[in-house]
Design a protein around this ligand. Structure first.
Ligand code: ZN
Ligand code: ZN
Length: 255
């Protein structure tokens, strides 16, 4: 059985379509024996705007209100930001930041303040028509963004890409590809995730295993991911989130 002590990808009610609070997620993580979770609510196409057109950041810029540990679990203040084009640009990368900090865009201002950043494809116009080469370039572009730590659910259905090229880019940039428990709920996506994991093992590319929990009851649940990794003999040493210290160390961070 694999050891994973950090669930880097969880959602709270702030995402708008998830069910639990950060306190409930942390309590479940503590009950599961986890040392840390990433609080990684969505930012991008799902982010609402106020009547005056400005983005509604909700609590995203107010993490000072949260302690670093809740019920003994290190809660990493993160975000899951949308990939917005085939160059791998991230959400609001060109939109001017509010609050008079005009030197930074909204996207950059937010990511600069995050302890953990997941970049994921959910939707942008034309994304469903991407060729394998375009999708590969998209993921590599996001990997090369210095703020990004993890590419979220790369094997989502309909997104074909060159696994080896992306794994090599992630490894060479010190980033992680995600083995997302949710992926195994989709029959078309599961074999592709397995193939990606096999190539990551061959290429020495570290991965993170995550729940992508949208309710506290799913935090720290990785059963399907573990089964697949076990079947292919994936090495424990390439699981970055084995411990908080290992994951932080591989990214040169102090948590
Ligand atoms: Zn979501
Ligand atoms: Zn997510």
């Amino acid at each position: 059985m694999y050891q994973v002590k950090v669930d880097p990808h969880t959602h709270t009610i702030y995402s708008g379509h998830a069910f639990s609070t950060v306190g409930e997620n942390a309590a479940e993580a503590a009950a599961q024996g986890l040392a840390g979770i990433g609080m990684t609510d969505h930012f991008g196409i799902m982010t609402p705007r106020r009547p005056d057109g400005r983005l509604d950041f909700g609590p995203l810029l107010n993490f000072e209100g949260l302690p670093p540990f809740i019920r003994g679990v290190r809660v990493l203040q993160g975000v899951e930001i949308d990939i917005m084009d085939f160059d791998g640009r991230l959400a609001f990368w060109d939109e001017k930041a509010p609050f008079g900090r005009s030197d930074l865009s909204v996207g950059e201002m937010l990511l600069q303040s995050r302890e953990i950043v997941i970049a994921s494809l959910h939707f942008f116009p034309g994304c469903k028509d991407g060729t394998e080469a375009q999708n590969t370039g998209m993921y590599i572009g996001a990997i090369e963004n210095p703020y990004v730590d993890i590419i979220g659910h790369p094997c989502r259905p309909g997104v074909k890409f060159d696994c080896r090229e992306v794994a090599r880019a992630a490894r060479d940039n010190g980033k992680f590809l995600e083995i997302n428990e949710h992926t195994f709920d989709t029959p078309q996506a599961a074999p592709r995730c397995r193939k990606l994991a096999e190539i990551c093992a061959e290429e020495n590319c570290p991965v993170v295993v995550s729940s992508d929990a949208h309710s506290a009851w799913m935090v720290g649940r990785f059963d399907q991911a573990f089964r697949m990794l076990d079947e292919i003999g994936f090495p424990q040493r390439l699981i970055a989130n084995e411990t908080l210290e290992k994951m932080a160390g591989l990214r040169g961070k102090k948590w």
